[in-house]
Design a protein around this ligand. Structure first.
Ligand SMILES: Nc1ncnc2c1ncn2[C@@H]1O[C@H](COP(=O)(O)OP(=O)(O)OP(=O)(O)O)[C@@H](O)[C@H]1O
Length: 188
């Protein structure tokens, strides 16, 4: 079953964790000509479902993410429905065990690599930083607008086809230095 993107975007349906079959279908659509941009934590792709376009952020499998913070942020994003916030549509996450030979013991281990996709509405007009001059780029945006967002800057304000500003990137994929991680690709 395809996710009902129109209901999600209109706000009549809440974001979901789409099942694995959908993840597979979505991943099939990945190709370099669909890349919108590259961030520090992954690649963003454009994908089309019927009349709707979505942006899919594929988190690098090597990226270690603090599981508790990540889940908390996803929980909050699932509740947000505001015209000035890029609509979060859902999260796909699944683990694959890839056999790897431990060079020391010469035995195979099966580290778990986690694939994470964050799906949101696609915003067509690029980000604010591409529309303003250098002197405005360094403003203290977070203090000026009293918005609680960890990484507010013109690059994280996208503009839709009516030039309506929408905040994106709520620091969902911020990494952690240590402790519990979502990606465990070490030998054990
Ligand atoms: N929902 C979206 N619709 C359209 N373009 C998007 C969307 N989300 C991200 N992009 C674009 O994709 C590119 C990469 O986005 P991403 O958020 O990964 O980058 P970043 O903010 O530079 O990096 P990071 O968050 O990893 O520090 C940027 O050019 C961004 O404008």
């Amino acid at each position: 079953m395809e996710p009902n993107i129109s209901e999600l975007l209109e706000g009549s349906m809440k974001p979901t964790n789409p099942p694995l079959e959908i993840l597979g279908k979505i991943i099939d659509k990945f190709s370099s000509d669909r890349v919108i941009g590259e961030g520090g934590f992954g690649t963003v792709y454009k994908s089309v479902f019927g009349n709707w376009s979505v942006a899919l952020k594929r988190i690098k499998s090597s990226m270690k993410i603090h599981q508790k913070i990540f889940r908390r942020e996803v929980d909050s994003l699932m509740e947000v429905n505001h015209p000035n916030v890029v609509q979060f549509l859902g999260l796909c996450s699944h683990a694959v065990e890839t056999p790897m030979k431990n060079p020391e013991s010469k035995r195979y281990v099966f580290p778990e690599i986690r694939e994470i996709l964050l799906c949101s509405e696609y915003i067509s007009n690029g980000s604010l930083d591409t529309k303003i001059t250098d002197e405005f780029r360094g403003l203290d945006w977070d203090k000026r607008y009293q918005i609680i967002q960890m990484d507010i800057k013109p690059a994280n304000i996208l503009l839709d086809n009516k030039m309506m500003p929408k905040i994106t990137d709520f620091g969902l994929s911020r990494p952690t230095e240590n402790s519990q991680t979502m990606s465990r690709n070490h030998f054990s």
